[in-house]
Write a protein that binds this ligand. Structure first.
Ligand code: ADP
Length: 422
């Protein structure tokens, strides 16, 4: 390139000298200057031509490369589209204002919206919950999940997750259709609840008949009486089991009816109710907590939680004490039950909230346990948006801790009698 400029400049200079230099005008020198200038300019022209040709070739090559790159991008995009369209999960990308930038085929079908691109997620899904988790991923830059009900084009339950794009101000959304799973769960819950309910009457009848026979068969053998007593014990166990199954399916079936519930009054009431049992076993049973701690919850279910935990503590403690404590920690109400009982070995701790899981089946049966108490606790606590945890040392004792959001409390005092009776 420098040669081209030099040749142009030299040629132009020689031409000027040839035309205007005073010392050479009209002499032979002018002819030489002119020849040299023309030669230089000719060379410059040649060089310019080759430079232009080179540039044109380079540009053409670049544009070919660009085309190849675009083709590659397009084919990759088609591949990704085909892949994403094959998923049974709806996938969406939203921009910083929660407008849809991309939606796979499942998403288009799920929302019944042919052209969702450029529309807001609220307009496309008609779901405020979905908009809320998308905005949360965009604004707070954190993943959010929710189980969302979509009403159009048909009612569906979906498990939705929104998470932020790490680089740009965008959010990704995935929606998994759980309508069928929830329907099957509902059928299972209804089945269990119906069977449990239907069992109650025949069980009550069998018990009544066995009791009558026991009263009437005064001269029967000792063995026959023992058989009848055994029938009554087993019927009681079955009744307890069907009762627990009913409570569990009610806890699972949510949503729950929350109302003003004084947690202190609920736990204090259960402690009073179980004081006689503690005394029979020679255990100290105490309550510690504020006069009132109103939370937004279902009082019947909270009472069930307190009964199950305190009753368990009494069942699995041979000597010492059981302490029930209620306190407030920020926006949460905390309910703890600590005992000085047999404790639970660490390998059992992860499983004790499972249905029918018992560390010692014999002891559980002897105390009238069904193995459902802690799963009822966990279900109730979780549908209330809370958590339950356990700490235990074998041979020393166990502490169960329930943390429950206080919620927008209604200033209504609920007594244990009301809640048990309701
Ligand atoms: P169960 O009807 O057998 O008491 P739960 O679901 O209430 O069933 O409890 C599950 C198992 O957890 C019990 O069988 C028992 O082994 C253990 N467990 C529960 N609470 C305690 C406790 N306070 N101390 C020791 N073990 C406990």
């Amino acid at each position: 390139m420098i040669w081209l400029y030099a040749a142009c400049f030299g040629g132009a200079l020689l031409l000027l000298l040839a035309l205007f230099a005073p010392w050479g005008r009209g002499s032979i020198d002018i002819a030489w200057f002119l020849v040299a200038a023309v030669l230089l300019l000719f060379l410059a022209g040649l060089k310019a031509r080759s430079v232009i040709l080179e540039q044109a070739i380079r540009l053409r090559e670049e544009s070919r490369q660009e085309e190849r790159l675009l083709d590659e991008i397009e084919s990759q995009r088609r591949e990704i589209d085909a892949l994403a369209d094959g998923f049974d999960v709806a996938l969406l990308v939203c921009d910083a204002r929660a407008n849809v930038l991309y939606a796979n085929r499942t998403a288009v079908e799920m929302f019944g919206f042919d052209e969702p691109m450029g529309r807001s997620i609220l307009a496309v899904s008609l779901s405020h919950d979905l908009e809320r988790i998308t905005l949360r991923a965009l604004e707070k830059r954190e993943a959010a999940t929710a189980e969302v009900t979509l009403g159009y084009p048909q009612e569906r339950m979906v498990r939705a997750k929104a998470w932020p794009d790490p680089i740009e101000g965008r959010a990704f959304l995935s929606l998994y259709d759980v309508t069928d799973i929830r329907r099957l769960e509902r059928i299972r819950q209804d089945f269990v609840a119906n069977v449990s309910h239907e069992l109650r009457t025949p069980l009550a009848n069998i018990r009544a008949i066995a009791e009558t026979l026991l009263d009437e068969l005064k001269h029967a053998s000792k063995e026959s009486k023992q058989y009848l007593e055994q029938i009554i014990v087993e019927v009681d166990r079955l009744s307890q089991l069907s009762g627990d199954l009913l409570v569990l399916s009610a806890a699972e079936s949510g949503p729950i009816r929350k109302q003003g519930c004084d947690l202190s009054a609920v736990v204090r009431g259960v402690v009073n109710q179980l004081r006689a049992k503690a005394q029979t076993k020679g255990l100290k049973l105490s309550f510690d907590g504020p006069e009132r701690l109103p939370i937004e919850a279902n009082p019947t279910q909270m009472t069930q939680v307190a009964i199950n935990l305190i009753d368990n503590a009494l069942n699995y403690t041979n000597e010492g004490e059981v302490r029930a404590k209620v306190s407030q920690n920020g926006d949460d109400a905390v309910f703890e039950v600590a005992d000085t009982g047999i404790g639970i070995a660490s390998e059992h701790l992860p499983r004790i909230f499972e249905r029918f899981y018992r560390v010692d089946k014999g002891r559980s049966r002897a105390t009238g346990g069904t193995g459902l108490g802690l799963s009822i606790v966990r279900n109730i606590v979780e549908v209330h948006g809370g958590t339950v945890s356990v700490q235990s040392t074998l041979g020393k004792g166990t502490t169960f801790k329930v943390t429950q959001p206080i919620g927008e409390i209604a200033e209504e005092k609920t007594s244990i009698d009301e809640s048990v009776g309701s």
